[in-house]
Design a protein. Sequence first.
Length: 276
Amino acid sequence: MTRQAVHLGATQETLLIPLYGRAVESRKPEGEAVLRDPAAEAMVEAIDYDFSRFDGGPSLTGAVLRTNLFDHWVRAFLAEHPGGTIVEIGAGLNTRYERVDNGRAHWFELDLPDVIELRRTFVTDSARRRMLAASVLDADWTAAPQAQGGPYFLAAEAVLGFLPEDGVRRALDMLAERFPGALLALDTTGPGMVDTQDSHDALSKVSARLRWNCPDPKLLEEWRPGNRLLASHIFTTMPAEVHDALPPRHQEMIAAMKQQDLPQVRDYRLNLLQLG
Ligand SMILES: C[S@@+](CC[C@H](N)C(=O)[O-])C[C@H]1O[C@@H](n2cnc3c(N)ncnc32)[C@H](O)[C@@H]1O
């Protein structure tokens, strides 16, 4: 099989880290994997890239634990709103649709044009699923999800940290204006991770760097009156139902993390914000 070359911008290349994390996880034996993602396995097989540079570090597992929590939040949203609208912001090659779609929801998958071009080689638009090629900061892309109607769940997984703070503020204000009351899942990185990224096991292997340093996601409530932080977790404080469903090895790893209290764990938060 001829593998497909990828031509991605620097920030866009980072999508290959969580993609590879899901594929590696998915290949694990029964009872040892956090999730199954055969679509991610097939994409990694098809792409001509030296994924082995990401082997051996804790980040692949971290990415999978993050995805697992975001999947949990989307499933909970769909249980309440089966016909709701999911917007993946900076979708990369994420296959959340394949993992959690319920046969009724509507999905929009937004990313920069070069990523959407690559994504289109694996994913096809359908009546309930549509890709959008734009920056989250562009004014026009929201028209299609707005025309679809809500309620809305917006997932910005490992995306906003690559923008400067004023870009994140503009993006959040625009999302709140266009999708008032929507739930937004986003991760925030504080100084413990932003200041050490040159030695980070995965980010040190690519040229993109995190730019938004958010020491406390509670600040997002101050940025805009009406924003409400509904949940904020680190890997060692996952919701009980998510933690307890993890394979034993992952639970042991998390217990070990608790003992170590590393700044890069303490300062990396997975948040659920209601936009007001
Ligand atoms: C680390 S990847 C995460 C991809 C995906 N969310 C996942 O979890 O697999 C970061 C993604 O953010 C996208 N991205 C970065 N800046 C963006 C912007 N201004 N607008 C839309 N997407 C952006 C990149 O192209 C890339 O796909």
